[in-house]
Design a protein around this ligand. Structure first.
Ligand SMILES: O=P(O)(O)OC[C@H]1O[C@H](O)[C@H](O)[C@@H](O)[C@@H]1O
Length: 192
């Protein structure tokens, strides 16, 4: 058996990054432009194609027994009146959970159940110090509602895997928009 060696990673609060970077994945607006409702705003912003979020994955085997972990950073901003958000996904092995620990900024964690029954929805606030539990069978998306980057640590089972297709096609049943200066949850008019 090949022994995996213990490792440390650090969050650099000043430069808003993980050190060492590990496997860094960046998502610009063009990677998820169809997920926002206001397509006029999307077209305007695409001229600059801003980075919406990035995540630094510690390089861990995707195997049972290991704990995958990463630091995600969602830049502040909006597309139309919708806040910057992650694409969202559920785990390939749906019965696996995830923990988020917010280290900087503020936002919301959207979750939608992925059982055989009718999907259910839940939302939790995220702010520095919040420890959030995403139980098994919940798709998850994170959203930055603040003025600074929203940074959080995610920890989940090595074998969990990511599935995007369904959420890429249908979105979540709710949207988070700015209304009268406040983050407001509304029904997604395009959710089928
Ligand atoms: O995978 P996305 O929906 O694009 O979200 C980006 C990342 O966010 C979180 O930090 C999760 O822990 C990661 O597993 C995920 O990949």
């Amino acid at each position: 058996m090949e022994l995996f060696r213990p490792i440390n990673s650090y969050y650099d609060f000043e430069n808003i990054k993980m050190v060492p970077e590990g496997d860094l994945i960046t998502r610009n607006l063009s990677d998820m432009d169809w997920m926002y409702q206001d397509q006029e705003a999307v077209q305007e912003l695409l001229k600059e194609d801003p980075q919406i979020y990035r995540y630094y994955n510690v390089d861990i085997p995707e195997e049972e027994g290991h704990l995958q972990h990463c630091i995600s950073i969602i830049n502040p901003g909006k597309v139309g009146n919708e806040y910057n958000m992650t694409k969202g996904h559920f785990h390939e092995i749906k019965g696996t959970a995830e923990i988020y620990y917010t280290i900087q900024g503020e936002g919301m964690l959207f979750m939608q159940s992925v059982t055989d029954g009718e999907p259910e929805f839940e939302a939790l606030e995220m702010k520095k110090g919040t420890l959030s539990y995403v139980p098994p069978y919940w798709a998850h998306r994170t959203i930055n509602t603040g003025e600074e980057p929203l940074a959080f640590i995610g920890i989940y089972p090595g074998e969990a895997g990511h599935v995007y297709g369904e959420i890429e096609a249908k979105g979540f049943m709710k949207l988070l928009i700015e209304k009268d200066g406040e983050p407001t949850i509304i029904d997604n008019p395009n959710y089928k």
